[in-house]
Design a binder for this molecule. Structure first.
Ligand SMILES: *Cc1c(COP(=O)(O)O)cnc(C)c1O
Length: 226
């Protein structure tokens, strides 16, 4: 793509913290991501940006701010972006959000990403295997991509009851989400979830289906966040 003049910005929201990523090895120039999913930075945690060192003085982002200025305290009339990665900054960051993220990232520096990936795949497979008879009995489609093509998420389709099933599970403390049309999504955070947690989540899923609990009208009320 680069040879045709196109730029690609990779979205690592579902990759960072769930599988090994080699941006240099892939020839990536730009990537962005959030830290509140698999990186466990907590609600409101800062986003991140990657720019290959050869492109740090070329690209620019549209929300320029004084932290990205070459000399932020010179109060010049014109905007001159810094010559390095700092040109992508905007304004003052939330120190509290960074402190929480720092605590998480300190742990990540000790993580063997290959071992993490193996655990992630084992977890998504365990969840699906525990429930394969339920999927068949209730016409639920397991559309989770093959291991080589997925992150750390299981995707199931029930176009009639998907939303209500997810709501019934949330009421039991198993937090998945729902996206139209009919898609139930379950993310497995390999860093701190145990296989027992996954097995228990599958048990809840089984009970919700076998008891018909999802049919309760309270689980059919549509919220803005699904
Ligand atoms: C979560 C997510 C993001 C992050 O969006 P925010 O605006 O930072 O919350 C970006 N892309 C994808 C695909 C995501 O799932």
């Amino acid at each position: 793509m680069h040879e045709h003049g196109a730029e690609v910005i990779w979205d690592l929201a579902h990759s960072a913290g769930s599988l090994p990523i080699d941006l240099n090895g892939c020839g990536a120039r730009y990537a962005v991501g959030c830290t509140y999913k698999y990186l466990n930075g907590g609600p409101g945690a800062p986003a991140f940006l990657y720019v290959h060192s050869n492109y740090q003085n070329k690209g620019w982002q549209p929300l320029s701010g004084w932290h990205g200025h070459a000399s932020p305290f010179a109060f010049e009339a014109d905007y001159t972006p810094a010559g390095d990665i700092s040109r992508f900054r905007t304004g003052t960051h939330s120190a509290l959000a960074y402190t929480a993220l720092e605590a998480s990232l300190a742990l990540w520096s000790e993580v063997d990403m290959q071992a993490l990936r193996e655990k992630s795949l084992a977890m998504s497979n365990l969840f699906r295997e525990c429930l394969s008879d339920i999927f068949t009995a209730h016409n639920i489609d397991d559309i989770t991509p093959a291991a080589s093509e997925r992150g750390s998420q299981v995707s199931l389709v029930d176009s009639q009851n998907g939303y209500a099933i997810v709501q019934a599970l949330i009421a039991r403390g198993v937090i998945g989400d729902y996206r139209e049309p009919g898609l139930m999504r379950f993310g497995f955070t390999p860093l701190y979830l145990s296989f027992e947690d996954v097995w228990l989540a599958a048990q809840h899923f089984r009970e919700v289906m076998e008891s018909g609990e999802y049919q309760d009208p309270q689980f059919h009320v549509c919220d803005a966040v699904t």
